[in-house]
Design a binder for this molecule. Structure first.
Ligand code: FES
Ligand SMILES: [Fe+2]
Length: 437
């Protein structure tokens, strides 16, 4: 459905200035301006967030007909809705009369959305259903009225319950976009006896005084933990595995297309111990969960899933599978980002879920250990950029030891900056493209 195709003449947008991406991203370094420049930030919104696939919601959040969420794709407010025809739609959250934001709650259930300004009403499939005092409009308006529904993201697709949308009518499919990163979603789903997860615990919302890329880059940075999170490791002993990169079989991986991860699976398989990733809880403490997982997978595969645990993977550009948490980020300004975090819940496994919630609060909650450290360090990173010398940030760690295999570019030193190099390779190819009208 489109709302703008009328007989009225189209207005040509100004031609964007050419942007020389090589002036800010070079082989193993990025220029400080990628984190601070309002022009580059706008360009990211126009390219990364207006042309590619962006994570918007999880199906479990809008399981019932009429359920909706308000989210953003880059700077554009959207309503993600389970429409009455059963389809999940991503509608632009703007009234087609005079642009008022239609839907103002974070989430809810509604058959229709009524504009608070003059009362125009839209069905939850986006179509315009009521215009108060419509006789005041002329005959020309009546001709175009049927075209005045809410605009809709032209492409919406999901994988493993994760819903992505693209504001561009054409482009690669979601499957092509995800590529090898789909396996990271599978790895989380493998931990569920039903093959499904739920993100229904509510979202913790953190305002980071840092560029959005700092927040996501940090998620796959295997170098900082020993320093930024020193207090965590002082408090929690033993750690799940050693944080000294040389002592563990933990790899970092540039999966391609901007996706990247820290992969503990080889180390965990070497230990062959279940739940190392989950506080080393003995399986006897979660007998119903383990039995249900064995019912699904058989004992061998269930054991492997419990050994290997969930993924630690960044899905370009805005989704982070943070083991038993999920995070997505919204860029607000060059130096402002909101990160939303929630716990991964396994349907029907209340005991496990209670434990996961407590762990999630401990790591990601307002008084939690990890995200508070990362938020503070991100803010200081942004503050440091106010000093303009040196102009560039170094990302060359591990460049000589990167190995290419069928899973991507892999480095067996967890502290290598391989994920960040992959991120900026993708960034350069997307941000450097011509801006779509
Ligand atoms: S702006 Fe929505 S009804 Fe006027
Ligand atoms: Fe961190």
């Amino acid at each position: 459905m489109t709302t703008t195709e009328t007989d009225r003449p189209a207005v040509e947008p100004p031609t964007p200035d050419a942007f020389d991406v090589a002036s800010v991203v070079q082989d193993h370094r990025v220029h400080g301006s990628v984190y601070t420049s309002p022009e580059i930030f706008q360009r990211e919104l126009d390219t990364i967030f207006r042309t590619g696939w962006v994570y918007v919601a999880h199906e479990s959040e809008i399981a019932e007909s009429g359920d909706y969420l308000t989210r953003r794709i880059g700077s554009e407010p959207v309503v993600v809705v389970h429409s009455k025809d059963g389809q999940i739609r991503v509608l632009l959250n703007r009234c087609s009369h005079r642009a008022n934001r239609l839907c103002n709650a974070d989430a809810g259930n509604a058959n229709s959305f009524r504009c608070p300004y003059h009362g125009w009403t839209f069905s939850n499939d986006g179509s315009l259903t009521a215009v108060p005092m419509r006789d005041g409009y002329g005959t020309e308006f009546q001709k175009v009225r049927s075209q005045l529904g809410m605009a809709e993201a032209p492409r919406v697709d999901s994988y493993g319950g994760f819903v992505f949308a693209s504001l561009a009518p054409e482009g690669i499919s979601l499957a092509e976009h995800l590529g090898g990163a789909a396996k990271a979603i599978d790895r989380v789903l493998d931990l569920s006896p039903t093959g499904k997860i739920e993100l229904r615990a509510g979202w913790m919302k953190h305002l980071h005084h840092a560029n959005w890329k700092m927040v996501v880059e940090n998620n796959v940075d295997g170098y900082h933990a020993l320093f930024t999170h020193a207090s965590v490791y002082d408090a929690i002993r033993p750690a799940k595995v050693s944080h000294i990169p040389a002592k563990v079989d933990v790899v970092v991986r540039d999966i391609g297309s901007g996706h990247s991860e820290i992969d503990y699976s080889a180390e965990y398989r070497k230990l062959d111990e279940e739940f190392v990733w989950y506080g080393r809880i003995p399986r006897a403490k979660l007998p119903d969960y383990v039995a249900a997982l064995e019912d699904r997978h058989g004992p061998e595969k269930a054991h492997d899933a419990l050994v290997v645990g969930p993924s630690h993977t960044l899905i370009w550009p805005n989704l982070f599978l943070a083991e038993m948490n999920v995070m997505y980020v919204e860029p607000i300004a060059p130096d402002e980002t909101v990160a939303y975090t929630t716990a991964v819940l396994v349907p029907g496994q209340d005991k496990l879920n209670q434990r996961t919630l407590r762990r999630s609060e401990g790591a990601m909650g307002p008084a939690g250990f990890l995200i508070a450290d990362d938020g503070e360090i991100g803010m200081r990173n942004q503050a440091g950029l106010a000093a303009h010398d040196p102009e560039w940030l170094e990302l060359s760690r591990g460049v000589e030891t990167d190995v290419i295999d069928e899973t991507g570019v892999v480095n067996s030193d967890k502290s290598a900056e391989t994920p960040q190099r992959g991120f900026y390779r993708q960034w350069a190819s997307v941000v450097g493209q011509e801006i779509r009208a």
